[in-house]
Design a protein. Structure first.
Length: 430
């Protein structure tokens, strides 16, 4: 009996223990599930916060709009010898009707014959390779822009120009030109210095080592292109073995740009014997057998053989009296100077832009270009000098003196040259 009682108590204890074990296990499991759900919820909430924070930190992307500004690719075409605007458009595969429309639109504003070899035409293509715009320089300060849509629109774009004055001084060790280039002087200015002093100096014999060159000059910069244009020399000085030659720019009362020393004496003689560079005499003044007609005839000038296109300079200050075709002379210019002198230039290939009847020109200014128009056997300049309407030999001309300033004009010049010189020294030594 006692043994049966012990057995029942043992079974009861085991059952109670099993029940407690099961109860605690389920309780713990439920807690874990609850905690796990809380953790998961917290993680999800944390992720939401992180994602929200990231959304706030990342800026919205900037979209580039090109509705009004279409993107183009620019291609530059250099005008070669023999090219015309028509041939360039043909090479670009434009149809004849379109070429006619483009040319007609441009010709309303600009003479396309004035575009020269070496100039650049810019062509703008869209992403599909279609040409939508053509641009070229009308002159250094102006661009002609032709927009090609359903209609052809032409715009004249004026470029911005800034003007400057610069001063330089250097000592010659090799030559005026090469040492000038080494010292940052433009070749355009160096050519003008040589021209300015050519009446006083033989640059082959007179220039020596240690010659000092000092100059002040004007130039413009085209802001949009960075292109530089060199204008007039304001002051120039050359010192050779202690002897100084110096000249100052001055606009005379009759409107000419000229150069004078401190005493008001003109650097220039009134008429040039040779109005172009690097030419050789091919026919002298006097009686000769004409190369075309075969008859003996008076040759009233001197012929200078030079390549077509060589610049021709005005022989002196004056007013263009005649410009145009003149029989056997071909393209011809005649200039009236002071004191009864005139000069004439024949067989030109072309005239410089802006030269027309009644225009004032300065000595040494380009007026046209060597050619072979009229009765001519080859490219050359026929040059005549007339005094009181009688032809004289240019090579035997006793050159009259240039202008000498007097009175109020001299006083005005002295005031101006002092300012020019002070500015020059200030820029050199600032």
């Amino acid at each position: 009996m006692f043994r049966i009682l012990r057995y029942l108590i043992f079974i009861s204890l085991i059952s109670s223990g099993y029940y407690l074990f099961i109860f605690e296990y389920l309780n713990i499991s439920n807690k874990n599930i609850y905690n796990e759900e809380i953790v998961k919820k917290e993680i999800v909430e944390d992720k939401k916060e992180i994602i929200q924070e990231k959304k706030e930190e990342i800026p919205s992307p900037k979209i580039k709009k090109s509705i009004d500004k279409e993107q183009f690719v620019e291609k530059k075409i250099e005008i070669l010898q023999g090219d015309t605007f028509v041939s360039i458009l043909e090479n670009l595969k434009f149809k004849q009707k379109k070429i006619y429309e483009i040319i007609s639109k441009i010709e309303d504003t600009f003479d396309l014959k004035k575009i020269k070899t070496g100039e650049i035409i810019s062509v703008f293509e869209n992403n599909f390779g279609q040409i939508k715009k053509i641009e070229f320089f009308k002159n250094s300060e102006t661009i002609i822009s032709v927009k090609l849509d359903k209609e052809i629109n032409l715009n004249i774009i004026k470029l911005t120009k800034d003007s400057f004055i610069e001063s330089k001084e250097y000592t010659i060790t090799e030559s005026l030109f090469s040492d000038g280039i080494k010292n940052g002087v433009s070749s355009d200015i160096l050519v003008k210095i040589i021209s300015l002093f050519s009446f006083d100096l033989d640059f082959q014999r007179d220039i020596r080592v240690d010659t000092v060159v000092s100059i002040s000059y004007e130039f413009d910069e085209i802001v949009e292109t960075g292109r530089l244009e060199y204008n007039d020399i304001k002051y120039a000085s050359i010192i050779i073995e202690g002897k100084q030659l110096e000249y100052f720019k001055f606009i005379t009362d009759d409107g000419y740009v000229d150069y004078f020393n401190r005493e008001g004496k003109n650097v220039k003689k009134s008429i040039l014997k040779t109005p172009l560079d690097g030419a050789r005499i091919s026919s002298n003044f006097g009686m000769r057998k004409h190369p075309i007609s075969g008859f003996n005839k008076m040759h009233k000038g001197v012929d200078f053989a030079a390549p077509t296109g060589t610049p021709i300079y005005a022989g002196g200050n004056g007013i263009v009296e005649y410009i145009g075709r003149n029989g056997g002379y071909g393209k011809y210019i005649r200039i009236r100077h002071n004191n009864g002198y005139k000069t004439a230039y024949a067989h030109l290939s072309n005239y410089k832009k802006g030269i027309s009847k009644g225009v004032r020109v300065n000595q040494g200014e380009v007026i046209g270009y060597v050619g072979s128009t009229g009765n001519s056997t080859g490219p050359h300049l026929h040059y005549e000098i007339m005094y009181q309407n009688k032809h004289i030999n240019p090579l035997k001309l006793k050159l009259p003196s240039g202008k000498i300033l007097e009175g109020k004009e001299l006083e005005k010049f002295k005031e101006e040259y002092k300012i020019i010189y002070a500015d020059h020294l200030s820029m050199l030594y600032e």
